[in-house]
Ligand binder design. Structure first.
Ligand code: SF4
Length: 885
């Protein structure tokens, strides 16, 4: 370090500033521009008082431990602390830091609030030093030491700096350091720019191009317009860009035009790998919730091989639970895959690698209350950290480095809080705190450019040719007044640690904004989007009167500018090329596939029903396999309940005589809880309590009723989930799985299809009108006799049996309509007709109405089902009617 430093100090000068250096050269030995963090670093280094900084989350955890030790139930913060310990600790720590920055020590009491903050301060354990502690430690250290500092020039007025910082400057001054203000920016502008900055009544702005306000309804249009303006001339030197809002969108348009990115991206806690930390915890709570696990499995870089992640995501989306047969199959797949893909340099044995994956996919689950043991939480942090280091392999990937750092910070906070068990709500607050700031987009780095981009207008402290204020809107973070009342302020003032009025901070901000407006000497461009969330910038209130009666060339709408062929904006001509507007494709009923399609070799009863209800839907789902992703594909409530009931039925109705009604119900009750966690885990989540309760009562009851019906009808059970296959008349193989197959006393088959449905009427109508396609298909699969096998729906929610007209059930449950053989005959004719159209390359969307005078190319078969547009996932594609039939 040189003998005597000369610093320029500004409240917003910790990042890039304008000018970047104190003089006109590129760099000076012993001279630099610093903000608060920079000044602390310089002085701590000079005095040898520095220490590694502690994360804010860890300090809150330490403070919460101190609050717990000081709490006697009657503190001013006791009630809030009881309800929300983390939030209260964070708030009170903020007050404490404000006090300490002003020079407070815990012997200054005098009000209940000060007394109770002092009680926390005096309680164990120690609190790691924050900025205010470092500042006070420096002030103490400077008093008795010589400082290698010659002068500090202040960007911001001295009396607008916070009290602790004023005290630091006073102390430095007392030690001989020269403190002076940087010169104010002179106004050498002319024209509109001069008029804008001249106080009082002036001429109207003439539109000479030196002042331009760009409004836009959306950020994307503002970004396109500004990027076009910057690209319109190779003359962007001595230009300051104030990034009043993140520049992600603007950067995209700049890059599009071959210009460098500004790189001031949004901070986000959702940057790929950062989510691994949150998800590693989210998957570790009881009851098991498949959604965070699917989120983890679908990450672009999951903490295990992508192929394994895909396998488990698929398994979960089919049966959202753990421990079922499909789940065990997925683990077998993982073991085989590992055998086939082991690297020669892989030192871990297969068992430990599989265990590693199991720690992520099947972690130990803990109840929300009393919570997760702190050592288990620390192990999760360590696991995430190790994964990040291992994946990074020393490449210093910014996201992975951040994940490792955040995991370490969380582990420190968990240790500092000093609790044996961490309730879920507390741990989630801690995780939020740690990842809250997230990180910038790692691929949106600033690129070398002619302009200088600053993150805050306060970082501008010298004249420039041009200033562009991107995001000239209500700033997000403005200072707020602390909790201190007049009496407390008086106490603190008399104790030599006065707390600032809020006006001090507001004045600091206000001066910084005006300084930025003062900086440009040739052009000022203010860019504001008028989205409903974006309030007006406070400086606009001061400037807006100058825009009364201004020429039309002073304010422009980005939308209007971009519509013009070659608009001129602030001295520049924006080159625009018109493109033809393409109309959106209209709805169409018939979709053509020019090359036709190859008929599938195999089908199923449900696929046949899909084809007959909408050939387009069948084509998209069964032929082209365009499906929802794993997360969106999680079964809905009705499907979950149906799956659950089927699984219970399979366990209760085994080959032989049907069980007694009460025995069947009791067994179903016993199986219910176990099977929910295996195949329908979402039902155990808090939001599903009512549905869970309904299912817990209704499914066992229905299983008992079905057992009663079987016995009453003299049927014996052949089995559940019976798989059968048979060719259709056109040679297509049909595979089907029958929910429950029974035999009458003559050994003739009787089919049961189990449904969890809202409306009994729908299934009754199917039987009445000969539209029970799936039942007829099962009937065909089961027997070769021309009359087919009788069949029935058993509706679990209603405990109702609806039998075909030829079924052996009591008359009151038989529904009059075509028998299964007649229904099947119609089904095969309709299948044949629809398949012919599809083979010829025509898929009709039955939910899209025919236009006036329009006719379908293909005649509809006699059996045409209602298209299920009201729940069809392809609705957005074809625009079928959403009205429920
Ligand atoms: S929305 Fe209706 S018409 Fe469109 S594919 Fe789905 S079922 Fe067919």
């Amino acid at each position: 370090m040189p003998q005597q430093l000369n610093l320029v100090f500004g409240w917003w000068a910790d990042g890039i500033t304008w000018p970047e250096m104190p003089g006109t050269a590129d760099a000076y030995l012993g001279e630099t521009v610093v903000g608060p963090a920079g000044l602390l670093d310089v002085l701590e280094t000079a005095l040898g008082t520095g220490a590694p900084p502690q994360s804010h989350a860890c300090r809150i955890a330490e403070w919460q431990a101190k609050m717990r030790a000081a709490d006697d139930g009657a503190r001013v913060w006791s009630q809030s602390y009881k309800i929300d310990p983390w939030g209260t600790a964070r708030l009170v720590l903020g007050w404490r830091d404000e006090l300490v920055e002003a020079g407070w020590t815990p012997d200054v009491v005098g009000s209940p609030r000060l007394k109770d903050i002092a009680a926390i301060e005096n309680a164990a354990p120690m609190l790691s030093p924050g900025v205010s502690d470092r500042l006070q430690a420096l002030i103490d250290a400077i008093k008795g030491r010589s400082i290698p500092l010659h002068a500090i020039r202040l960007i911001d007025a001295r009396n607008t700096l916070p009290t602790g910082w004023r005290l630091l400057l006073d102390t430095l001054e007392a030690r001989g350091v020269r403190i002076e203000a940087v010169p104010q920016i002179a106004d050498n502008a002319s024209g509109d720019l001069k008029v804008l900055r001249t106080p009082g009544k002036t001429n109207a702005l003439s539109g000479d191009g030196s002042v331009f306000v760009l409004f836009a309804n959306t950020e994307i249009v503002a970004a396109e317009c500004l990027a076009s303006w910057l690209a319109a001339a190779q003359d962007n030197q001595e230009t300051i860009v104030v990034a009043g809002r993140p520049t992600g969108l603007l950067d995209s348009f700049l890059a599009d035009r071959g210009l460098p990115r500004i790189g001031d991206s949004d901070r986000s806690p959702f940057r790929g790998a950062i989510q691994v930390l949150s998800l590693a915890f989210a998957t570790s709570w009881l009851p098991f919730d498949p959604r965070p696990l699917i989120d983890l499995l679908l990450l672009p870089r999951p903490p295990f091989p992508r192929r394994i992640a895909r396998e488990f995501a698929r398994t979960l989306s089919e049966r959202p639970g753990q421990g079922h047969s499909g789940w065990n199959e997925a683990w077998k797949f993982a073991a085989h895959w590992l055998e086939d893909h082991r690297d020669a340099d892989d030192n871990d044995d297969a068992a430990s690698r599989l265990q590693e994956w199991r720690d992520w996919i099947e972690p130990t689950l803990f109840p929300a209350e009393p919570g997760m043991p702190s050592d288990a939480a620390a192990r999760i942090c360590a696991r995430v950290q190790q994964w990040a280091y291992k994946l990074d392999r020393g490449n210093a990937d910014p996201v992975l480095t951040k994940v490792a750092q955040l995991s370490g910070e969380l582990a420190q906070a968990i240790s500092a809080i000093g609790l044996a068990e961490l309730p879920r709500h507390l741990l989630e607050r801690m995780i939020d705190q740690v990842v809250m700031e997230g990180m910038e987009n790692p691929i949106a780095a600033a690129e070398a450019s002619e302009w200088t981009a600053v993150a805050h207008p306060g970082a501008v402290w010298g004249p420039a040719r041009r200033l562009i204020w991107w995001g000239f809107e209500q700033p997000e973070a403005l200072p707020k007044a602390g909790p201190w009342d007049e009496a407390e302020r008086a106490i603190l003032k008399s104790a030599g640690c006065p707390i600032d009025d809020i006006d001090v901070a507001l004045e600091r901000h206000s001066i910084s904004w005006r300084r930025a407006i003062q900086a440009p000497q040739q052009e000022l461009i203010l860019v504001r989007t008028r989205g409903s969330d974006n309030g007006v910038h406070p400086v606009w209130h001061e400037l807006s009167a100058k825009f009364d009666n201004a020429s039309v060339n002073v304010i422009g709408s980005a939308e209007d500018i971009l519509e013009g062929r070659n608009p001129r904006v602030a001295f520049r001509l924006l080159a625009r090329t018109a493109v033809a507007i393409e109309a959106l494709p209209p709805k169409r009923r018939c979709w053509h596939m020019p090359n036709g399609v190859i008929k599938p070799e195999a089908t199923s009863p449900s696929a046949i029903e899909d084809l007959l209800s909408c050939p387009l839907r069948w084509t998209l789902s069964r032929l082209l396999r365009i499906r929802r992703g794993a997360l969106q594909g999680l079964p809905r409530e009705e499907q979950l309940l149906g799956n659950l009931a089927h699984e219970i039925a399979r366990a209760v109705f085994v080959t032989g005589d049907a069980p007694e009604r009460d025995d069947a119900r009791r067994l179903a009750e016993q199986l219910f809880g176990k099977l929910v966690s295996e195949i329908a885990a979402p039902l155990a989540l808090p939001g599903y309590a009512a549905l869970y309760e309904e299912a817990r009562q209704q499914i066992p009851h229905a299983i008992g009723e079905l057992a009663g019906q079987l016995r009453q009808s003299g049927l014996t059970i052949e089995g559940c989930e019976i798989e059968l296959a048979k060719e259709l008349p056109d040679g297509t193989l049909m595979n089907g799985r029958i929910d429950l197959l029974a035999r009458d006393s003559q050994k003739r088959p009787v089919i049961f299809d189990l449904k969890w449905a809202r409306r009994e009427k729908l299934y009754r109508q199917k039987l009445e009108s000969g539209e029970a396609v799936q039942l007829a298909a099962y009937s065909y699969l089961t027997t070769d006799v021309p009359s087919g096998a009788p069949a029935g729906y058993f509706l679990i929610r209603q405990s109702a049996l609806l039998g075909s007209s030829d079924s052996p059930f009591a008359p009151q449950v038989r529904v009059q309509g075509p028998d299964m053989a007649a229904t099947w005959q119609n089904v095969t004719a309709a299948w044949q007709s629809r398949m012919e159209a599809i083979s010829a390359g025509r898929a009709v969307a039955l939910g899209v109405p025919l236009g006036e005078g329009e006719q379908d190319v293909d005649q509809a078969p006699s059996l045409s089902l209602q298209p299920p547009c009201h729940y069809c996932e392809y609705h957005g594609l074809c625009g079928g009617s959403r009205e429920e039939a």
